[in-house]
Ligand binder design. Structure first.
Ligand code: URA
Ligand code: SF4
Length: 212
């Protein structure tokens, strides 16, 4: 597998990207997933939120953050004062990675590996280039490491504005600052869910302040 690069249509808009991504075979993940899950939101969005990869529900429905984690994220965005119409929601990896287990063959989420993240990166770079947002919210360690490097630690560096980090995509305009926070799924799994949720909202408010 050679990565998504050769499936990304040069000069395309978001609709063109979304269409082309349906055929991507840039890594092995297309083989077992139902479909490519691209993004939701418009090219005029001022904030981009990046998750890890589609989950079970997203894989079936073909849209990002529509399952339990998405419901929680929607609530947190409202509470932080970020309008859904101002937000573009996408993932670092566009196909669901899972293993199947047990008699019911339940699909268990697996974190994408470094090669899969690298393979899928041209899609994200193309999205960011088109949207050119004011602020990018990194939801969880996978997205944070994908954009800010493997040594980034969400636990230590969350909730702070990170100005225009050096990332390796020349295609990205890199005008946005970044805010990292916990993944909404981690909030759902947390022992103290209320505290974890409050932390997510407070980090999202840091992004909201950039929007003014
Ligand atoms: N988790 C993610 O990271 N992305 C989704 O789209 C859904 C759940
Ligand atoms: Fe292409 Fe990304 Fe899907 Fe891999 S995960 S096949 S690179 S869209």
């Amino acid at each position: 597998f050679e990565g998504a690069g050769r499936w990304v249509p040069p000069g395309a808009g978001l609709d063109g990207l979304r269409r082309a991504a349906q055929d991507c075979q840039g890594c092995d993940l297309y083989e077992n997933a139902t479909q490519t899950v691209f993004s939701s939101g418009s090219a005029s969005a001022r904030v981009v939120l990046i998750g890890e990869q589609p989950g079970d529900q997203e894989d079936r429905q073909g849209a990002p953050f529509v399952g339990p984690a998405g419901k929680l994220l929607d609530r947190a965005l409202v509470e932080a004062g970020i309008e859904r119409s101002d937000a573009y929601v996408t993932n670092a990896v566009k196909h669901f990675r899972f293993r199947q287990e047990g008699p019911g063959k339940r699909r268990i989420h697996q974190t994408p590996d470094a090669a899969q993240m690298t393979a899928c990166r041209p899609w994200l770079a193309a999205e960011l280039h088109i949207i050119d947002p004011d602020v990018i919210v990194l939801l969880g360690a996978t997205a944070a490491k994908a954009l800010l490097g493997p040594s980034f630690r969400v636990t230590r560096q969350r909730g702070r504005l990170i100005p225009r980090p050096p990332i390796d995509d020349e295609t990205s305009r890199q005008n946005a600052c970044y805010v990292a926070t916990v993944h909404p799924s981690a909030v759902l799994r947390a022992d103290d869910r209320d505290a974890a949720y409050a932390g997510l909202v407070s980090d999202l408010k840091v992004a909201a302040e950039v929007l003014g």
